[in-house]
Design a protein around this ligand. Structure first.
Ligand code: AMP
Length: 404
C-alpha cells in the first residue's frame, strides 16, 4: 500500500469510497447526524488541495431493490458542498444520479482538478453487496487512483470496498486519513497495548460479545463486564437476577469464559451491585441491590454505586483502555449514571496518560451524549467494522488495499 499523506495527487482522478451512510430525518430527509460526512472531509480536501479531482462513492441505508428517493445521496450534496467550502475554498460538487452508466462516465471524464463528483447510492445495484466483479470494474474505470476511507463498511467484501482493488495497481491504492486513523487506533489497542490493559464490555447481549471477549482474553489484563450482559454471568454463577436480561442458553458459555480468564490470569470484574427497577421504564420504582440478589419482579438496569467505584478504580490504574457497550440503559436518565461514571473515569485516565479507544455502537453514542468525545484518545466511527476488528478478524476492506 502506498502512503496517502506523502503522495501528491495533482491531475489525478481519485475514486474515494466513503461512508456517507448518515441518518436522515424520515419526513424532511434532512441529515440528522453528519459525523460520517465530516470524518471524510480531510481525505477529500487533501486530494483537492494537491490539484486532483475527486469521485465519491458510498451507500446510504438499505434499499431493497433499485432506486428509492429516501435513500438517494442527492439529499446530502448541498451539505457536503457546505462542509467542503467552510474554509473558503470554492469546491464544486456535482452529482451523478446513477453510479454507473453513460452520465456518470461522462461526468467523471469531464471532472477538472478541484472538483468533486458524488455518485448515486451504490446499493441501488444488488451487484454492490454481491461483490460483482464487472460492476466493480465499471466503477474503477472512472479513475486512476482508489482510496478506501469507508472504515464503517470495511468488514464487508462489497464491490466498492474490496473487489475493486484488483483494478488498481498496488501503488494506486490507499487508505484515506479516516481509515488510517481507525486502523492505527485499533492496532494500538489490540497489538501494541501498554499494560495494564482494561477492556470495558457492556451492552445488552453476551452472545454479541463472546468473540470479542475471547479475543481480549489473549490481550487484556482486566475485563470489566457491565450492562445487561452482566446478568447472564451472575445467573451462571448461581445468583438471583429477578427479571433482568438473561440469555439462558449462554450460561455454560459464560462460566467457560470465566474459567478461561482464570487460567489466563485475566481479571474479570462483574458489577457487585445494581440499580434495579420494577419495570423497564424511566418512571419505574427504583432501588439498588447486590447484583446476585435481585428480588423477583425486579431487574438490573444500571451498575450500582459500589460497582461504579470498583470499575472506576480499575480504569484509573490502566494504561490502555478499550470501551465497547454501555453499563446500563443510558438512554433513560434514571439508568445513565453507571455509563456516565465510566465515561468520566476513562476521560480521567486519558488525562493521566492512558490511551483510550471507544468503539462499536452505543458506547460511542454514550460518550457523545455525555460530551466526553474530546476527552478520550479516539472515538471510532465504525460500528460493526470495529466490532469485527476487536474480534480479531481480518477486514476485507483493509486486506484489499494491501493485497498483491
Ligand atoms: P449493545 O448494542 O449490545 O451494545 O447494547 C446496547 C443496549 O443495551 C443499549 O440500548 C442499552 O440500553 C442496553 N442495555 C444496557 N444495559 C442494560 C440492562 N441492564 N438491561 C437492559 N438493556 C440494557
Amino acid at each position: 500500500m502506498a502512503n496517502f499523506t506523502s503522495t501528491n495527487f495533482a491531475n489525478q482522478k481519485v475514486l474515494i469510497r466513503v461512508d456517507f451512510n448518515v441518518p436522515l430525518n424520515k419526513q424532511t430527509l434532512e441529515i440528522n447526524d453528519d459525523t460520517r460526512i465530516k470524518a471524510a472531509i480531510p481525505t477529500i480536501k487533501k486530494v483537492l488541495s494537491d490539484g486532483g479531482s475527486v469521485i465519491l462513492m458510498s451507500h446510504l441505508g438499505r434499499p431493497k431493490s433499485g432506486p428509492e428517493d429516501k435513500f438517494s445521496l442527492k439529499h446530502i450534496v448541498q451539505h457536503l458542498q457546505q462542509l467542503l467550502n467552510e474554509d473558503g475554498t470554492l469546491t464544486e460538487v456535482f452529482f451523478a444520479d446513477d453510479c454507473i452508466g453513460d452520465q456518470a462516465k461522462l461526468a467523471a471524464n469531464n471532472l477538472k482538478p478541484g472538483q468533486v463528483l458524488l455518485l448515486e447510492n451504490l446499493r441501488f445495484y444488488k451487484e454492490e453487496e454481491a461483490g460483482d466483479k464487472s460492476f466493480a470494474e465499471k466503477l474503477a474505470s472512472y479513475a486512476n487512483v482508489w482510496v478506501n476511507d469507508a472504515f464503517g463498511t470495511a468488514h464487508r467484501a462489497h464491490a466498492s470496498t474490496a473487489i475493486i482493488a484488483q483494478f488498481f495497481p498496488k501503488d494506486k491504492r490507499f487508505f484515506g486519513f479516516l481509515m488510517d486513523a481507525e486502523v492505527a487506533a485499533a492496532d494500538k489497542v489490540l497489538l501494541k497495548a501498554e499494560k495494564p490493559f482494561t477492556a470495558i464490555i457492556g451492552g445488552a447481549k453476551v452472545s454479541d460479545k463472546i468473540l470479542i471477549i475471547e479475543n481480549l482474553l489473549e490481550r487484556a489484563t482486566d475485563i470489566i463486564i457491565g450492562g445487561g450482559m452482566a446478568y447472564t454471568f451472575m445467573k451462571a454463577q448461581g445468583g438471583n437476577i429477578g427479571k433482568s436480561l438473561c440469555e439462558d442458553d449462554r450460561l455454560d458459555m459464560a462460566n467457560d469464559l470465566l474459567e478461561k480468564a482464570k487460567e489466563k490470569g485475566v481479571n474479570i470484574h462483574l458489577p457487585s451491585d445494581s440499580i434495579i427497577a420494577d419495570n423497564f421504564n424511566n418512571e419505574a420504582n427504583i432501588s439498588s441491590s447486590p447484583s446476585n440478589q435481585i428480588p423477583d419482579g425486579w431487574m438490573g438496569l444500571d451498575i450500582g454505586e459500589n460497582a461504579c467505584n470498583q470499575f472506576a478504580n480499575v480504569i484509573l490504574n490502566s494504561k490502555t483502555i478499550l470501551w465497547n457497550g454501555p453499563m446500563g440503559v443510558f438512554e433513560m436518565s434514571s439508568f445513565q449514571n453507571g455509563t456516565k461514571t465510566i465515561a468520566i473515569a476513562v476521560a480521567n485516565a486519558t488525562e493521566k496518560g492512558a490511551y483510550s479507544l471507544v468503539g462499536g455502537g452505543d458506547s460511542v453514542s454514550a460518550v457523545n451524549k455525555f460530551g466526553f468525545n474530546e476527552k478520550v484518545s479516539y472515538v471510532s466511527t465504525g460500528g460493526g467494522a470495529m466490532l469485527e476488528f476487536f474480534e480479531g478478524k481480518i477486514l476485507p476492506g483493509i486486506a484489499a488495499v494491501n493485497q498483491e
